[in-house]
Design a protein around this ligand. Structure first.
Ligand SMILES: [Zn+2]
Length: 212
């Protein structure tokens, strides 16, 4: 009689998208673009970023090309969870910028959200400034439905750049988003720091409690 199959339960799987690449590759810009499109589609969107990123605006994410989108600044993973979990019944799309600064618990959280049917879009650096995988981005890439790996432009030779080069000898723990301190480099032009301990410092997730 051609009766329609029973409606699938109103549970539909969510989706994990990772946007990665070096600095200056347009990750935040791409995150903003996707979130704005979701807003146009009348999806309920919320966006988070770690509180250390105060380079442009405390309550928005910003790309290097001046696009912005409202974002909630959270000090660390615990605060992210505390703010986000009560919203789960009212949001459909969750964006997280600078995801490399949250701790590895972001991986099970992303899994939790996707099983709730949410679309989760995470943007972050895939490698540190010595060219090593920058947790938890590699793990998030592995469980994602879609990974967008962007390249920047090498500031030395103009080739596609996959690395973030740190310039000068500033020993600060975390330096965020400053042109002039970092530049994009291709493999040939990339010169990671000689001192190994620097890599460990740069990988530290920073929470409000650890800042002086
Ligand atoms: Zn180059």
């Amino acid at each position: 009689m051609g009766s329609a199959p029973a409606a699938h339960p109103a549970v539909h799987p969510g989706r994990i998208e990772v946007i990665t690449g070096p600095m200056f590759s347009g990750k935040s810009e791409e995150l903003i673009r996707r979130l704005k499109r979701a807003q146009i589609a009348k999806r309920r969107v919320v966006c988070f970023k770690p509180d250390l990123d105060i380079r442009y605006n405390r309550n928005a994410i910003a790309s290097h090309s001046a696009q912005t989108l409202d974002a909630l600044a959270v000090a660390n993973f615990e605060e992210l969870k505390m703010v986000l979990l009560p919203m789960l019944d009212t949001v459909e799309v969750v964006g997280i910028d600078e995801a490399q600064f949250f701790d590895p618990s972001l991986v099970p959280l992303a899994n939790h959200l996707v099983h709730k049917g949410l679309r989760v879009i995470l943007a972050g650096l895939d490698t540190t400034f010595v060219g090593e995988p920058f947790a938890p981005i590699p793990e998030l890439m592995a469980i994602a439905d879609e990974v967008t790996k962007l390249s920047a432009v090498c500031m030395q030779c103009g080739a596609p750049a996959v690395h973030t080069q740190r310039l000068g000898s500033n020993q600060s723990l975390v330096l965020v988003g400053a042109a002039g301190i970092y530049e994009a480099r291709c493999r040939a032009c990339f010169l990671p720091w000689a001192e190994k301990q620097t890599a460990e410092q740069l990988e530290l997730p920073v929470s409000a409690g650890t800042r002086s």
